[in-house]
Design a protein around this ligand. Structure first.
Ligand SMILES: Cc1cc2nc3c(=O)[nH]c(=O)nc-3n(C[C@H](O)[C@H](O)[C@H](O)COP(=O)(O)OP(=O)(O)OC[C@H]3O[C@@H](n4cnc5c(N)ncnc54)[C@H](O)[C@@H]3O)c2cc1C
Ligand code: FES
Length: 315
């Protein structure tokens, strides 16, 4: 998709197909878009996102609201909220039936309300927004890294690569504080130990890292990936490191890429007001060719950036 096509976005309606808890505060929301939305989303790229209008969705019963959110849940939700997709399925022959899957974490007034969405509910969507991950010609290996709620676009990227770049070998690393914080279905596999169903089902090997060692490697996902890169031969000219997660993790991914001379793309998160480049609330500091820095909008020029250009706040 060229830049002009990627810039096409619109407001449309989506119907809720299902909304189910996965674990802890994590839910999986499946939406089907109307004809307009399907046409806009049929060529969507992993890393792009949408904004949902949750202002008129009601709160769950008081007892169903997580105790630490009971107060903040009462706040009104004026602004739309940004979400990536973990999967996009186009089942219509003319691109007229697009379904997307959103993995979300309940952590405030909008996402508390999302818990109450049920089949046949309708919500307003704006999208697709932002620029997604780019796949260079000749890529033969993609190393994917996700931290916490950075998982959805990485999962989407994994299936996108498997489908559209079958010659590219894909491996994924997923990190969280504890096993319970992994936004995936974790299963004990027969041979390989812990298995993330979502990656296993698309034949992408996945490695887990948790800060407390409750699942997989004990430590940061960046360290786990570093060990793997030390043990495996990768061809820098044909390999890309893709990462999405908290900013310190993305800064770590950038250092890792630098150490192994790999190109690296990071999907950044910023608080977003409008999502379409109007409110200026989502600035990311980037380096310029003149060794200076400037600000770019995460919602418009991002959320995916070349890691070498980003001035990470965590650095
Ligand atoms: C491009 C993009 C893609 C996203 N994709 C997903 C996704 O796939 N799944 C998902 O669960 N969430 C995703 N998010 C985050 C999601 O938008 C927020 O969790 C949501 O807006 C929270 O709304 P709320 O009213 O429930 O909580 P709020 O009250 O708005 O926020 C609760 C807490 O989370 C923090 N927070 C909220 N949004 C962000 C942010 N963007 N960056 C840093 N801190 C934040 C706030 O500071 C606050 O402490 C994405 C954000 C962006 C910018
Ligand atoms: S969210 Fe308003 S300019 Fe980016």
């Amino acid at each position: 998709m060229n830049k002009e096509e990627a810039a096409k976005k619109g407001v449309f309606e989506a119907e809720v197909l299902s909304n189910q808890p996965i674990r802890q505060c994590y839910y999986r929301l499946n939406l089907q878009f109307d004809v307009k939305g399907s046409a806009l989303f049929k060529d969507v790229i992993p890393g792009q996102f949408l904004e949902l209008d949750l202002s008129s969705v009601s709160l769950p019963p008081h007892f169903h609201i997580p105790p630490h959110l009971k107060e903040s849940a009462e706040k009104q939700v004026f602004l739309r909220r940004p979400f990536s997709f973990s999967d996009v399925i186009n089942s219509g022959s003319k691109g007229d039936c697009v379904k997307v899957e959103i993995l979300y974490c309940v952590l405030g007034p909008a996402t508390v309300r999302m818990m109450t969405l049920k089949a046949k509910d309708r919500i307003s969507v704006i999208g697709p927004l932002g620029n997604g991950f780019s796949i260079p010609e000749g890529i033969s290996r993609a190393v994917l890294m996700a931290g916490g709620m950075g998982a959805p676009p990485i999962l989407h990227l994994a299936s996108y690569l498997k489908k559209n770049y079958p010659a590219c070998s894909v491996v994924s690393f997923v990190g969280a504080r504890t096993c319970e914080d992994l936004p995936f279905t974790v299963r004990i596999g027969n041979v390989k130990g812990l298995v993330l169903d979502e990656f296993e089902s698309i034949q992408v090997p996945s490695f887990i890292a948790t800060d407390d060692g409750s699942a997989g490697y004990r430590g940061f996902v960046t360290d786990h990936t570093r060990q793997w890169l030390q043990k495996n031969t990768v061809e820098p000219a044909q390999t890309v490191l893709y990462a999405c997660g908290p900013e310190p993790m993305l800064a770590g991914a950038a250092r890792l890429a630098d150490d192994f001379s790999l190109p690296c793309q990071v999907s950044m998160e910023r608080m977003m007001g409008c999502g379409i480049g109007l409110c200026q609330s989502c600035a990311v500091e980037v380096k310029t060719a003149a060794l200076d820095t400037k600000y770019q909008l995460c919602c418009k020029e991002g959320p995916v950036f070349d890691a070498r250009r980003v001035v990470f706040q965590a650095d």
